[in-house]
Write a protein that binds this ligand. Structure first.
Ligand code: SF4
Length: 395
């Protein structure tokens, strides 16, 4: 049998094991509550795909009432600031060929570049040359064929950054193609989210499901700070239902024993302790860390990446003199994406969810990408909250 199928059988279709895990979770939860004095056990994920698995497979419905699974900042498209989208629209309207991934193509700005133009999609509709690509390689190949001044909209987290870095290392970028970096780093935003919960009157985050994809690059050691600095157990988890249930049970066990630790064994089929050293070196060589704006949240120090000086000829912001203005609140009226992204609200807490904001007509950024929490909940939300809302809409 091939490995992917074996993994599927073990981690996705293994309903017997899933049942046992959820029973163990139910048994252990009251003991943890009693021992720790916590009212609720809040477990946060930092990856859009974890939110997808949790929602798609209805894992919340298997949790005892006191265990709350919440989403953190795990969708790069959702947190791309409105100012970056507007800058890209302006470049497209000024005659540059703009390359973008499909989900960023539909991202709405908070205020229109000019009437009727509030996304790269609408810029294209008014005649701009905006091209959707699947990768930076596609953009490079295409830019070479026409030779026109072009800009690539570089979004993503640590997982995507190496795919850009290796191409700069290989010196294959044509002179007519510039790079606009909107790259972001997960750890500073995760720390920010944990602190928000800690400082507010809400119950603090008690455990973390570490992002599996990002961990393939940074290694599980990238999350040592959760137990070491915050005393919170963390589990680097895979993306199948059994992975998530195992992660939750492991966190509960750690809370019960009072020994917060990082567990990287859960996803050892993919993640190593040190991660992908080649990718880390490539990113370090090409990019430097910068402060950057997260949509709806504001500036988070040292949470972004931009090209280093030796590559400045490709840096669209430098070459085209694009100034980064101080952050101005950049969500559309009524949108609660900032709260959804930081795990202080569920998508269904937004009054616009599935009313004025739907996957086919997104009002806010969390409804655009397939990994945005609102889009995930809109497509797969089978929880009581979504059912209640649908009932309310029908009435
Ligand atoms: S439902 Fe739409 S408007 Fe509401 S928080 Fe989500 S993206 Fe924003």
């Amino acid at each position: 049998m091939d490995l992917p199928k074996e993994i599927e059988i073990l981690f996705r279709e293994n309903s017997e094991l899933a049942k046992k895990l959820s029973e163990e979770i139910s048994k252990l939860t009251p003991k943890v509550i009693e021992k720790t004095g916590l009212e609720r056990i809040k477990i946060m994920n930092f990856c859009g795909t974890h939110e997808w698995t949790t929602t798609h497979y209805g894992i919340r419905s298997l949790m005892p009432e006191e265990v709350e699974l919440i989403a953190g900042p795990g969708c790069p498209v959702c947190v791309t600031p409105s100012s970056d989208i507007k800058n890209m629209i302006k470049l497209a309207m000024d005659g540059y060929v703009v390359y973008t991934f499909g989900d960023a193509y539909k991202l709405p700005t908070v205020s229109h570049y000019k009437e009727g133009i509030g996304s790269l999609a609408s810029a294209k509709a008014s005649g701009a040359d905006v091209r959707i690509v699947y990768s930076f390689v596609d953009a490079i190949e295409d830019a070479k064929t026409h030779g026109k001044p072009s800009v690539f909209f570089g979004l993503g987290f640590e997982t995507t950054a190496p795919s850009y870095a290796v191409l700069f290392k290989k010196e294959v970028i044509p002179k007519n193609l510039m790079f606009y970096s909107s790259l972001k780093l997960t750890a500073p935003a995760a720390i920010y989210a944990i602190k928000i919960h800690k400082m507010s009157k809400r119950s603090p985050v008690s455990g973390v499901i570490g992002p599996g994809h990002v961990s393939t690059i940074v290694g599980s050691k990238g999350w040592d700070f959760f137990p070491e600095e915050f005393g919170i157990p963390a589990v680097v988890s895979g993306f199948e239902p059994v992975d998530i249930l195992t992660a939750v049970l492991t966190i509960l066990k750690d809370l019960y024993t009072g020994k917060a630790k990082l567990t990287d064994l859960e996803y050892k089929r993919v993640v190593t302790r040190d991660g992908n050293i080649y990718a880390q070196d490539a990113v370090r060589e090409i990019f430097r860390t910068t402060d950057t704006i997260w949509r709806g949240i504001g500036n988070i120090p040292n949470s972004g990446l931009d090209l280093r000086d030796p590559f400045k000829e490709f840096n669209a912001k430098l070459q085209l003199n694009i100034k980064e203005n101080p952050w101005d609140y950049d969500l559309p009226p009524g949108c609660k994406c900032n709260e959804v992204t930081l795990g202080t609200a569920y998508p269904t807490d937004c009054p616009l969810f599935m009313k004025a904001c739907t996957p086919s007509r997104p009002w806010g950024p969390c409804m655009v990408s397939l990994e945005g929490s609102c889009a995930v909940w809109a497509r797969f939300g089978s929880s009581q909250r979504v059912l209640n809302l649908m009932k309310e809409v029908r009435e």
